[in-house]
Design a protein around this ligand. Structure first.
Ligand code: 5AD
Ligand code: SF4
Length: 449
C-alpha cells in the first residue's frame, strides 16, 4: 500500500504544459501521491516550466528561492522535500539549473517525465541531483499511467496529439525544447479520448506546437492528417466538441478547411498565428508566408465557414522592425478583425538565430508598440463580444460561478459565459441567450431546449 504523499505542482506556459502536468499528476497518483495547493505540506514540489520568453523563464528562479526556504523549514521539522524542475526551462537549461539552484533535486525534460517516479527514487537512493534531458528513443506516452477517471473533473480537456516543431521560426525556442515533430498514433489517441469521455469530458482541444502538421499513423498503417483525426474522434459517442491549437498557416490544408465546413463538432473558432504584418519581417522570422498569403488563407477559411471567429499570436519589435513595418501589423489586424489575440514584445532567446541579429529594437519602443497593438486588439475583442448579444449559443457548462446559483461555461467561440443555472447542468451543453457582453466575458439566460 503506497503511503499518503503530497505533490505541489505549479504550471507555467502553454496548454501543452497544462496537459503534461495533468499526466504527471496521474503518474504520481499511481504511486501514492495526491495533489495539494499548500506548498508547505508537499513532499514533492514540481515546477513545470516555460522557456518561450525571458520573463517566464526567470520566474522559475525566483520561485526556487522561496522553495529553498520551505525546504529548509521542513527539514528542521524532520521532513524531506523533493524539488523537481520539469518542462522547457529544464530542457533548455538543465545543467545550469543544477548549478544555480542546489535546492533542485530533479531536472526533467518534457520528453522524460514518465520517468518521474523512478528518478525520485534514484535521487533519494543516491542522495544527489538527477538530470534527465535526453530525447529518449522510447515513447513517453506508452509508459505513462492511464488517465484517471476522476469524478467532478471538468467537461473540457486537453489532448496532446503532436509535439515538437521543425519549422524553426528564428525567434522560437520550441524546436530546441520540444524537439523534432512527432505525432501520436490514431489508435493511441482514440483510446485516450474514450477514457476522457468516460470521465465526463465533452469537449476536447487537440494540442500540438504545430498541430495541423499532425501526421500520426492510422489503423491502415498510413499517416493520417489532422482533419482525418478530427473526423475520426467526432465519430466517438460522447465527444460533443472538438478544437485544436496551435496551427501554422503553411499547414492549413484543404481537407482541414473542409472539416471546418463539414464537421459540426469542430467549433467555429481558429487560433492561427501570423506574428507580423511586414513581409520583410516575416522573411526574417523564417515564417515562409507573406501577409498576402495569410489574408488569402483567411479568405478561404471564411468562405468555408462564414461564422468562424479568429484568434492569433503577434510579436512586436522583432529585430530590425521599423515603425512603418509595425504599421503593417496594425493594418493586417484591422483588415482581418480578431475575436481574440495574444500579443508579445519580442524577447531574445539564447540559441535562436534572432537573438544575435543586429538592430535589436529598444525595449521602450517595443513596449510602446505593444500597447498600441493591444489597444486595437481590445477594441476588436470588445466589439466581437458585443456583436454576440441577442444570439443564442450552445454553452458547455464547466464550473461554478463566483455567485451562488451561477455557472460558467464556454460558447463555441471560447468566450466565458455566465448564467444562472442548476449545478446539475455542469458538464451539459445548453442553449443560452446572450444578454450582456464585457471585454472578457458574456452573460446570458438559459432558454428552454
Ligand atoms: N519573443 C516573443 N514572443 C515569442 N513567441 C515565441 N517566441 C517568442 C519570443 N522569442 C510567441 C509567438 C508564439 C507564441 C506561443 O509566443 O507569438 O506564437
Ligand atoms: Fe513554453 Fe513553448 Fe514550452 Fe509551451 S512548449 S511551455 S510555450 S516553451
Amino acid at each position: 500500500m503506497p503511503g499518503a504523499k503530497r505533490v505541489y505542482l505549479k504550471t507555467f506556459g502553454c496548454q501543452m504544459n497544462v496537459y503534461d502536468s495533468e499526466r504527471m499528476a496521474d503518474q504520481l497518483s499511481a504511486v501514492g501521491y495526491s495533489e495539494t495547493d499548500d506548498i508547505e505540506s508537499a513532499d514533492l514540489v514540481i515546477l513545470n516550466t516555460c522557456h518561450i520568453r525571458e520573463k517566464a523563464a526567470e520566474k522559475v528562479y525566483s520561485d526556487l528561492g522561496r522553495i529553498r526556504q520551505v525546504k529548509s523549514e521542513r527539514a528542521l521539522a524532520g521532513r524531506d522535500t523533493v524539488v523537481a524542475v520539469t518542462g522547457c526551462v529544464a530542457q533548455a537549461e538543465g545543467n545550469e539549473i543544477v548549478r544555480r539552484a542546489p535546492v533542485v533535486d530533479l531536472v526533467i525534460g518534457p520528453q522524460s517525465y514518465h520517468r518521474l517516479p523512478d528518478l525520485i527514487a534514484k535521487a533519494k537512493a543516491e542522495g544527489r541531483q538527477q538530470v534527465d534531458i535526453e530525447f529518449p528513443e522510447e515513447d513517453k506516452f506508452a509508459h505513462l499511467a492511464e488517465r484517471r477517471v476522476t469524478p467532478n473533473a471538468s467537461a473540457a480537456a486537453f489532448l496532446t496529439v503532436q509535439e515538437g516543431c521543425d519549422k524553426f521560426c528564428t525567434f522560437c525556442v520550441v524546436p530546441y525544447t520540444r524537439g523534432m515533430e512527432s505525432s501520436r498514433s490514431i489508435a493511441d489517441l482514440e483510446k485516450e479520448t474514450r477514457r476522457l469521455v468516460a470521465r465526463g469530458v465533452r469537449e476536447i482541444t487537440l494540442l500540438g506546437q504545430n498541430v495541423n502538421g499532425y501526421h500520426g499513423t492510422g489503423p491502415d498503417g498510413a499517416p493520417w492528417s489532422l482533419a482525418r483525426l478530427i473526423r475520426h474522434l467526432a465519430g466517438i459517442e460522447g465527444v460533443e466538441r472538438l478544437r485544436y491549437m496551435t496551427s501554422h498557416p503553411r499547414d492549413m490544408s484543404d481537407d482541414l478547411i473542409a472539416a471546418h465546413r463539414d464537421e459540426a463538432k469542430l467549433m467555429p473558432y481558429l487560433h492561427l498565428p501570423f506574428q507580423a504584418g511586414s513581409d520583410r519581417i516575416l522573411a526574417a522570422m523564417n515564417r515562409k508566408h507573406t501577409a498576402a498569403d495569410y489574408l488569402a488563407l483567411i479568405g478561404r477559411i471564411r468562405a468555408a465557414r462564414p461564422d468562424i471567429a479568429l484568434s492569433t499570436d503577434i510579436i512586436v519589435g522583432f529585430p530590425g522592425e521599423t515603425e512603418a513595418e509595425f504599421q503593417q501589423t496594425l493594418d493586417l489586424v484591422a483588415r482581418i478583425g480578431f475575436a481574440q489575440a495574444y500579443s508579445f514584445k519580442y524577447s531574445p532567446r539564447p540559441g535562436t538565430p534572432a537573438a544575435t541579429m543586429g538592430d535589436q529594437v529598444p525595449d521602450g519602443v517595443r513596449a510602446d508598440r505593444l500597447q498600441r497593438l493591444q489597444r486595437l486588439l481590445e477594441r476588436q475583442q470588445t466589439s466581437f463580444n458585443a456583436s454576440c448579444v441577442g444570439r443564442v449559443f450552445p454553452v458547455l457548462f464547466e464550473r461554478p460561478g463566483r455567485r451562488v446559483g451561477q455557472l460558467i461555461g464556454r460558447s463555441p467561440y471560447l468566450q466565458s459565459v455566465h448564467a444562472e443555472a442548476d449545478p446539475a447542468l455542469l458538464g451539459r451543453i445548453m442553449p443560452v441567450e446572450i444578454s450582456g457582453a464585457g471585454p472578457n466575458s458574456l452573460s446570458g439566460v438559459i432558454r428552454a431546449a
